[in-house]
Design a protein around this ligand. Structure first.
Ligand SMILES: [Zn+2]
Ligand SMILES: [Zn+2]
Length: 253
């Protein structure tokens, strides 16, 4: 696992990669048989590298293997014993936890400073907070709790309402529909994949009630940034896995 144990009640848990099927071993937590949380970031599995087919002749292979020693390999991706077998393998690209590049949309490691897709510097979480705190029409919540509610909107349609609470009592909410497959895909992309405590699993809630009933699977962000649009605030950014210089909220309850 290579990572320090995140807290005292963590234990090694097995997490299957949804992309390549590799059984990863990460620090995590169980609730009965269910892996309720894990701290894995990128799949450790090795997959065939389509850019580097294994049918290389002697001279070319020598040249190719040299590439494994490039500085880019410092990520550990190419330092795998699999390369010795002759088949060119690379580390599976699937990331359980990631931050998305605002420029090109690539998923990067949560600690990355530069995007591996477009090479641009990734916006630092502290800079995002600092910029938002300067704005008069922005609200920054230091999130101490998240409340989920299966309710209806003004037109009587079923909706999931998610409310984020700051320590000082301010709050911001967002709403999701889960009626159609398209709405559920949007819910996954905008909410679920960031909020799952054990990302990469097969859980696909089909209603707001199901999300509320299974809220033990979800985590809240460390910070939420809202901007005023007309008379209301809209959530613009949610910061997870925050490790900067601002203090995080003391956990509620
Ligand atoms: Zn994988
Ligand atoms: Zn990028």
């Amino acid at each position: 696992m290579g990572e320090p144990k995140p807290d005292s009640d963590s234990e090694p848990v097995q997490v299957e990669c949804p992309a390549c099927g590799h059984a990863n071993l990460y620090w995590g937590k169980r609730d009965g048989d269910l892996v309720i949380e894990h701290f894995g970031r990128r799949c450790q599995g090795l997959v065939d590298d389509p850019d580097r087919p294994s049918k290389v002749t002697g001279g070319q292979r020598g040249a190719a293997s040299g590439a494994y020693n490039q500085p880019g390999a410092a990520s550990g991706a190419y330092n795998q014993p699999g390369a010795a077998s002759g088949a060119h393998k690379k580390q599976c690209e699937f990331r359980f936890r990631f931050k998305v590049c605002d420029e090109c949309g690539a998923e990067n490691d949560i600690a990355a400073r530069r995007c591996h897709g477009c090479e641009k510097l990734l916006v630092d979480a502290d800079d995002k907070l600092k910029d938002a705190l300067k704005l008069k029409d922005a609200k920054v919540l230091r999130v101490s709790g998240m409340q989920l509610e299966a309710t209806t909107n003004g037109r009587g349609l079923p909706r999931l309402k998610v409310t984020y609470h700051d320590e000082d009592g301010t709050h911001l909410a967002e709403w999701f529909a889960l009626e159609t497959p398209a709405q559920r895909r949007a819910f996954y992309a905008a909410f679920l994949r960031y909020h799952l405590r054990a990302p990469g699993g097969k859980w696909q809630p089909r209603s707001a009630e199901e999300v509320v009933a299974e809220q033990r699977r979800l985590r809240h962000p460390d910070f939420v940034v809202g901007r005023k649009v007309g008379r209301h605030f809209q959530i613009r950014d949610k910061l997870f896995d925050y490790a900067g210089r601002y203090r995080k909220a003391v956990e509620a309850g």
